[in-house]
Design a protein around this ligand. Structure first.
Ligand SMILES: Nc1nc2c(ncn2[C@@H]2O[C@H](COP(=O)(O)OP(=O)(O)OP(=O)(O)O)[C@@H](O)[C@H]2O)c(=O)[nH]1
Ligand SMILES: [Mg+2]
Length: 188
């Protein structure tokens, strides 16, 4: 499979500041701290392009990446983070919703869900939103390395009620090949 050479372009304060060149786009959505930035680094062959943090809510803007100049990855602000000032929180939710509703070049959404908490209300709402809007999506069940085989299988089973699932780990590389394949197909 072709490798993905990912390059950070900019942090965008709102969807209106995203590029207008109509290159296809895949976005990464998920709760704060679910592992979005780590996953982006891992699919970049482990070379760090995205800032990761153990402190939730670190990525506050829509972070725009170019993949080999062929398509974009948009890392959306994490939702479900309560410590941000209320004004910002509303704005983030608004950005995420309006981006997912209206963004024309968006071809697919990678929805990251922590394997240890597969069916939280926020994530179910997100799935309903994506279905309603007819956005193709894949559930990346993150931090799969933290669960033993049996527990992981049961988490995958639960998550499959919400849609197609790939268990992934940014530590072991589990599922990364399959996820890259899905992304390439989405932007084709
Ligand atoms: N064990 C394990 N830890 C992970 C994995 N992916 C991420 N983490 C850890 O989870 C924490 C959050 O990771 P990030 O990649 O910064 O998460 P994020 O979703 O980008 O977070 P925000 O941008 O702050 O919303 C960090 O401490 C990571 O080291 C994984 O696959 N396995
Ligand atoms: Mg992040």
């Amino acid at each position: 499979m072709a490798s993905m050479k990912i390059e950070f372009l900019k942090s965008c304060p709102g969807p209106a500041t995203l590029p207008r060149d109509r290159l296809p786009e895949v976005s990464f959505a998920g709760r704060s701290n679910v592992g979005k930035s780590s996953l982006i680094n891992r699919i970049n062959g482990g070379h760090s392009v995205a800032r990761t943090s153990s402190r939730p809510g670190c990525t506050q803007y829509l972070n725009l990446y170019s993949v080999s100049g062929i398509f974009y990855i948009v890392d959306l602000p994490g939702y479900g983070f309560a410590r941000a000032p209320r004004k910002n929180r509303t704005e983030w939710t608004g950005w995420i919703a309006s981006y997912l509703m209206d963004r024309v070049p968006l071809r697919g959404v990678v929805l990251l869900i922590d394997a240890r908490h597969p069916c939280l209300p926020n994530d179910i709402e997100m799935v309903d939103f994506l279905k309603e809007r007819g956005r193709p999506y894949i559930i990346a069940l993150t931090k799969s390395d933290k669960l033993k085989r049996g527990k992981l299988a049961s988490a995958v089973g639960k998550a499959q009620d919400m849609g197609p699932v790939i268990p992934v780990s940014s530590i072991t590389g589990n599922g990364i090949r399959e996820l890259k394949k899905w992304i390439f197909q989405a932007v084709e």
